[in-house]
Design a protein around this ligand. Structure first.
Ligand SMILES: C[S@@+](CC[C@H](N)C(=O)[O-])C[C@H]1O[C@@H](n2cnc3c(N)ncnc32)[C@H](O)[C@@H]1O
Length: 306
């Protein structure tokens, strides 16, 4: 696993993740039916952290974010998202989230015909479904799965990049069960610990895919600037996000509040709009009786040369 953080942030990030993961290990209840699966994942994340000898136990506070972001460090959230990304490939072969993932790929296939795509950044990749999809779409390119949540990255890397069989994942139907998925053995992916709020990446990607991440950011305008900076000239952004937020959000977190605002703001960052539309909801099964539906707003644009 790589680190895409500035040197001064590495120690803070690792000690933050170290604390969070250790706390989860301490709180694990040996009587839970899913105890061993979670413990294994947490231990793999601990090994990942211990592989870096540069951990300085600085105050980890500074690289902590508000709850909206930090909740993705928790194994419960990571497994929830893993089901939402990959349950199509588990024993039930069932997935309600394909509307989102198929649309991201369809936008790519419809509008990006550049033969020279070499680097694709999936920003806030979570458990990695778009990394898998784009690694299949671009077998000769490098696909970067970048996320703040180390647990997500550990699981994503295992599912997408390894050939391990029967990777156990926890899922909740009417009861909590363990299901299995086989690793996809994709060799053209790189995985990295990353913080979009602090990104200094410049001219790194030909395509950036960013779904359901920017709405979490403390400042949308600053985030658009960071996305703009990480793209190469003539690079593409494929974006999807929710817009139906609580009304009491801070102003800086309301910028991308509608289809119109998304289009206008990307254009103000020198993107040429290709398409912007509301659509393809993603659906999550909450439990046996409940489904949750979320509208997505999609945007694909091309970075103009200055
Ligand atoms: C709602 S999930 C979306 C995952 C995936 N992109 C999707 O559409 O299903 C948000 C993801 O963004 C990540 N994230 C949140 N804040 C981040 C940050 N500052 N830098 C990088 N990733 C972040 C979370 O860890 C989580 O994996």
């Amino acid at each position: 696993m790589d680190i895409y953080l500035e040197n001064e942030d590495v120690g803070k990030y690792l000690s933050n993740q170290f604390d969070v993961i250790n706390k989860m290990v301490e709180n694990l209840d040996v009587n839970w039916p899913h105890y061993y699966v979670v413990k294994k994942l947490l231990e793999e994340a601990q090994i990942e952290i211990n592989g870096f000898d540069k951990i300085s136990y600085e105050q980890s506070e500074e690289l902590k974010h508000e709850r909206k972001i930090e909740k993705y460090n928790n194994w419960v959230e990571v497994y929830r998202l893993t089901n939402y990304h990959f349950s199509r490939y588990t024993s039930n072969n069932i997935s309600y989230s394909e509307g989102l993932f198929s649309t991201l790929l369809a936008l790519n296939n419809m509008y990006i015909h550049d033969k020279n795509i070499s680097d694709v950044g999936i920003i806030g990749c979570g458990p990695g479904r778009s990394v898998l999809d784009f690694s299949l779409a671009y077998p000769n390119a490098t696909i970067y799965g970048l996320d703040y949540s180390l647990l997500s990255l550990v699981l994503a890397k295992k599912i997408v990049s390894s050939n391990e069989e029967k990777i156990e994942i926890i899922k909740r139907n009417d009861e909590v069960v363990i299901d299995e998925i086989n690793g996809f053995n994709r060799k053209n992916c790189k995985w990295g610990m990353f913080d979009l709020t602090k990104s200094k990446l410049k001219n790194k990607f030909d395509i950036v895919v960013c779904s359901n991440v920017i709405n979490l950011m403390p400042n949308h305008k600053e985030t658009l600037q960071k996305i703009y900076n990480m793209l190469r000239p003539n690079g593409y952004i494929i974006y999807a996000d929710l817009t139906g937020w609580r009304l009491d959000r801070k102003l800086e977190q309301q910028l991308l509040c509608s289809k119109k605002a998304i289009k206008e703001n990307f254009e103000s960052f020198n993107f040429k709009t290709i398409e912007c539309f509301d659509g393809g909801p993603y659906i999550e099964k909450d439990n046996q009786d409940n489904f949750a539906f979320y509208k997505q707003t999609y945007y694909i644009g091309k970075k103009k040369e200055r």
